[in-house]
Design a protein around this ligand. Structure first.
Ligand code: DAT
Ligand code: MG
Length: 148
């Protein structure tokens, strides 16, 4: 089953949105297989956002993501990578549709509440940056047969 890495960013944690965000993905039918509240060390932040190293906002981005605790998660389900991206909404909240996390709760691109892997390669890379294999739990739920 496909897995993705999702993270409630420091602004989402401060605004008490962890529960709402977890609930959206649970109700959709995805399964939580790993989660932790954590502070991101500088080096991990720079690795995680490595693809944006040359962008003018890189410093701000790293400062922001290390500015407070985040809630890191791994979710599993059919097409979870692309579906989670659409449930998050566009990167810039001004373009994010109502009903998406960013469309409902965020106002600026610098504080856009949630991170989600954008491809299978990113998902694999980001999951292994944030979680050890033994921190991910493999289990089945009876409700799955009503979803798939
Ligand atoms: P996403 O988080 O939707 O995958 P991204 O990978 O392009 O978006 O960028 C990572 C984060 O960097 C994004 O969530 C917010 C920040 N960011 C992106 N573009 C920005 C910009 N033009 N100015 C400031 N921050 C930006
Ligand atoms: Mg991205």
């Amino acid at each position: 089953m496909e897995k993705t890495f999702l993270m409630v960013k420091p602004d989402g944690v401060q605004r008490s949105l962890i529960g709402d965000i977890v609930s959206r993905f649970e109700k959709k039918g995805f399964q939580l297989v790993g989660a932790k509240l954590m502070s991101i060390p500088q080096e991990l932040a720079e690795q995680h956002y490595g693809e944006h190293k040359e962008r003018p906002f890189f410093g701000e981005l790293v400062d922001f993501i290390t500015s407070g605790p985040v809630f890191a998660m791994v979710w599993e389900g059919e097409n979870v990578i692309a579906t989670a991206r659409s449930m998050m909404g566009a990167t810039n909240p001004k373009d994010a549709a109502p009903g998406t996390v960013r469309g409902d709760y965020a106002a600026t691109v610098g504080k856009n509440i949630i991170h989600g892997s954008d491809s299978p390669a990113s998902a694999e890379r980001e999951i292994s940056l944030f979680f050890k294999e033994e921190e991910l739990v493999s289990y089945s739920k009876l409700i799955s047969e009503w979803i798939y």
